[in-house]
Design a protein around this ligand. Structure first.
Ligand code: DX5
Ligand code: ZN
Length: 231
């Protein structure tokens, strides 16, 4: 199906206004199609899809079949976050299912450039992420090769955790490095992002805000308002 639908590129869609990417992990699983439609109607640019293998992280989420089932329901950019030990093997399945963008973790692989090239060969944009305990220096050598960097502001594996303010210096460090490179690389943050912490992230230089609980579990159920509150 991805043969007919044009891929959306994270680095070609407009910069300037921060994007919001609601994380499906926090959605109601008994009404997923309605949930996806609601965040799209609420103005979300991307849908963040968290893939967990019970090995790289101590939790399981969902796989490519679910991504495939949701693909025809939405025009949003599908932002797949692989929290798995073997991104090289599984990336093609997510591209075939309809992923536009695929992010993997630098800690999971021995040759990040090889994985980036494989993702690009699939026609997707590539992202690289790091755990809170991993320094920016582990990722900086690959910055030029990717279209997005994902700074985890919680330990990956579970939604609903508290934002880690100790990651703000890392966001600033990547913002400086991206600006110095002068390339259209997005800076995404993920974990504990709500209205207050989104402001800290924006101020530090992030321009893509992943939000699970603060959107899908907002108290009044008004996803549009929750999304706007993040920008
Ligand atoms: C955590 C995931 C996140 C998570 C964010 O491992 O990568 O995308 O769903 O959820 P909240 O916004 O609830 O912290
Ligand atoms: Zn995520």
């Amino acid at each position: 199906m991805s043969g007919t639908r044009p891929l959306r590129k994270v680095n070609q869609l407009p910069f300037g206004r921060p994007w919001v990417a609601p994380s499906l992990l926090a959605a109601r699983y008994d009404t997923l199609a309605t949930e996806v439609a609601a965040v799209e109607k609420g103005g979300a640019e991307a849908l963040h899809l968290d893939i967990m293998d019970g090995h790289f992280v101590p939790n399981l989420s969902f796989g490519a079949d679910l991504v495939k089932a949701l693909r025809p329901l939405s025009e949003m950019l599908f932002d797949v976050h692989l929290m798995i030990s073997d991104p090289l093997t599984y990336a093609p399945r997510f591209q075939a299912a309809g992923a536009d963008h695929i992010t993997f973790h630098v800690e999971a692989v021995s040759q990040p450039s090889q994985v980036i090239q494989a993702i690009h060969a699939l026609g997707c944009t590539a992202g690289i992420s790091l755990r809170p305990g991993t320094p920016a220096s582990a990722l900086l050598p690959y910055l030029e090769e990717v279209e997005m960097v994902l700074v985890m502001t919680v330990e990956p594996g579970f939604g609903g955790q508290s934002f880690r303010e100790d990651q703000l210096p890392k966001i600033r460090e990547f913002r400086k490095a991206i600006d110095a490179l002068g390339k259209p690389i997005r800076l995404e943050v993920d974990g504990g992002v709500g209205a207050a912490t989104a402001a800290l992230c924006r101020e530090a230089g992030a321009d893509v805000l992943v939000a699970g609980s603060s959107v899908f579990r907002c108290p009044d159920g008004d996803y549009r308002r929750a999304i706007e509150a993040l920008r």
